[in-house]
Design a protein. Structure first.
Lengths: 283, 283, 283, 283
């Protein structure tokens, strides 16, 4: 009998790969741990575990709670709240309202993403350089000025010098020993930045501090955005369920708040002028 | 050479089945037709083909155009428009705005679904019955009154007797010979309904007529909703791109339009009263 | 000079009312507390505060963490995960992915809403009745059998007798003294239900237990759904960012997994048969 | 009686401005025309009117129909279709499915936006220059090569030399006299581009032609995207309603198609190692 040569072929990679979770008939493993063990742990710790793939230390868990509660709610002054309430006033479905609020997060609000990307990029460049912190920071600020680029996360419409919410967030990160590397660099860039008398009163605002801390914790810019979005959802849930209870149907802009800038026109005349042989039906 | 027995096993059904489209390396077949042949046909006809699986007649295509243009735009008086503009004012992305407006379609606006379901259900019952049209209609109205149920699609906040938009839609369906079966039954139900002097002025409103026509064309209630939603998208696109051009960032509700009904409270005191050993950090 | 009579008119109610949050130039009040005080509190406690309007006790906060971590992630076996990864593989935007996953929560998955509504409704009926618990439960089960209605939250495809995740959740609620009223009634209904030998092995499943606990905590069915959705978001964020890192563009269903059930057809022939004078362009 | 001086103060601009539509109690004006006149016009013409603010000529309306039907459906090979079907298999709601498909349109598929932005920018630069068409085109291609930038809309995975769908679209625009300015420039850039033997077989693909035609018609890049998205909705509606009819609940990735790359771990051990005093509950 001929000896059979056993050749283990390289397994074909499957169409999907994941390291997030695994299902067996009786168990769900989440990041390698049995879901039964995880039920009941603090949500901040669970969030860190799911996104980073590792259990946090108590210090890291505390700082994640700070990131998640850093925004919480700006109410009807946030476009996402307005949009979510308008949606459920017409389509009374909680999920539609929550999804809408998330879609409103972007370039012009609730986006630590740009600031986090700036910080991560500068920190990588700093690590690759041979420069001292202050030297590097000075270079960044000079370059931004030369390129007329705004550094994300500096300045606030109300607060001058210090943004108390940013201060509280930083205080927590410092207390937990997690205000490090990227956050320290960002702060050095800020100190260099405010040497210019014209912007001497610009604080690092709350979004800037959130970006700095999440980058220092090792989150990517996309993950930062996810954290910021998750943090707003209890507030959105509160607004959406309040709207549903209000019984107000189909929110609209009161007519008195709208300028209509067009004018009434003659349809048949215009259609004929545009060359339609039957203006009545455009055919 | 041994004869090979060919056994055709029953093919295992695959996880996905579709009759909508098929892709080969060089061709896309849509409902069985080469996409190249379809490029350039009127959109109303394409919509009928995609959803129903058959090419429409010219009459059917014309009535689909009527359904698609029956709503078009109610501007800032529609919750979906408000929500969509709020979303793109913060997240300047056309797709997010269009998706938001669609999420606002539902029970309280732009939903021919309920009226279409009512019409389809009654029509099936009528076909299964041995009753004359008027007799059946009288029964439906009597039953609705006994059950204190609102018949969807009757009545309008402004129009009495006739809704001119509904009339225009019906006129098109009648002209094209497509005001039949379910639509005729719905009209008979309406005629019976308005015999009651208290509601004698209730017209069939535009949403009711859209539901009647789409059911008469053979669309399901879900397909009716899809048609209504598609019909609003050019208007939403117009509002969303207008908002992006406006340069207005982060729409909000002006503070003067909001009643805040809560009151300021003392955090530490309340946390202590709730039993937290460290009220400052809730731990 | 005529004396002017001062008449304080009842203030006109404003178009929007809220008790969620209030903004002043220097402070954001969330449910009456200064946001600065709230930054850093555990997210579970913040969630309770935002949605219910009151600070939780330590026991309530712990149970909210259990509710939020009760689902966490079922990975690629959940439709929402599949949909979210497909979306970001084409539109690489974290927000779009998170919103998509939320839209997938509904009637057929991740919806404690139906079970919570059942429990809340039965509990209100029980309170209004003069019946003993067992007596009431027996009535509910008999009625459901007579009406051939499924009681939501009973039964599991794998677990017989007990669902270990449900058990863990209940254990936490019991330990914290919060397995009360509605939860106890739901359990009594279950005990009555399993007297029927055919369903004697049906456990209360995890969604049922989540519904029972959230109702016992005083959350409405809509708020229950919001909690369940929020709890899945760290997992979705993990999947979405994993997908973005994978570099896989435009997920699709592999052709081998699709049965195409239509057939190729002749466009010009069919268009002519449908009555178009110019079949080539449908005009 | 004292003469009253009439002072017309400059009207305060209102918070919202729009020229899309105007509502009066009895009429809806859309782009200045009474909605009653518009009901029943071809949807392509309505789309042009809503987005551009002017009635199209018959030629423009025909080309809009070509743009709207240029994509129609790529079925289960499009990420948006997969996502939309997954969503409604769990949340059986047409609107959620349509919104999801729209969220899947983006950088990696169905986005004429980048190509349209390239064409519009180059055309503006060409108009501001004093160069001949070929000269300008040569400069653009040389610059792109020097910068190693990909020109959007060139090349196709299957078609060499010509993309038949792109050809059909161009043919319609040429026939209607609307293949002008920006489209002609884009074609000249393509002709220059394919002089390089390595890419001599690259056609202008369908998305490139859609971008060229929509820019030639005067649509902005954002409006181009809106048109492309609207054009896919009948196909999405067909897939979503097909999915709902299929009775398949909760689509998932079959376990056999997933590589799980993590490994099972010991929760208590890891939690203790991370410094938690009570590893069982992370506290």
């Amino acid at each position: 009998m001929q000896e059979k040569e056993i050749v283990m072929s390289e397994p074909t990679p499957k169409y999907w790969q994941t390291s997030v979770s695994q299902i067996t008939p009786e168990h769900v493993y989440v990041r390698g741990y049995d879901l039964e063990d995880l039920i009941g742990i603090p949500f901040g710790a669970a969030t860190y575990l799911l996104i980073k793939g590792e259990l946090p230390t108590p210090q890291q868990a505390k700082v994640v709670d700070a990131l998640l509660t850093g925004v919480l709610d700006y109410g009807l002054e946030k476009a996402g709240t307005v949009a979510a309430r308008a949606v459920v006033s017409s389509n009374p479905n909680v999920q539609a309202g929550l999804a809408t609020a998330i879609l409103a997060a972007g370039e012009h609000s609730l986006a630590p993403e740009n600031a986090a990307r700036f910080i991560a990029t500068q920190y990588a460049a700093f690590e690759a350089s041979e420069l001292e912190l202050e030297e590097f920071a000075a270079q960044v600020v000079a370059q931004a000025r030369a390129d007329r680029l705004r550094i994300p996360g500096f300045g606030h419409p109300v607060f001058r010098g210090e943004d108390p919410r940013g201060q509280k967030l930083k205080h927590i990160a410092v207390s937990e020993g997690l205000w490090n590397g990227p956050a320290v660099l960002y702060e050095a860039i800020h100190q260099e930045f405010v040497k210019n008398p014209k912007v001497a009163h610009f604080p690092i605002n709350d979004v800037g501090v959130i970006a700095a801390i999440s980058t220092a914790l090792g989150f990517t810019p996309e993950e930062s955005t996810a954290l910021a979005v998750i943090g707003t959802l209890p507030g959105i849930a509160a607004h959406v369920t309040e709207e549903l209870r209000s019984g107000h149907l189909v929110r609209q802009i009161p007519a008195g708040d709208v300028d209509y800038s067009g004018e009434q026109r003659d349809y048949r005349e215009d259609a004929a002028a545009r060359g339609w042989s039957d203006p009545g039906t455009l055919s």
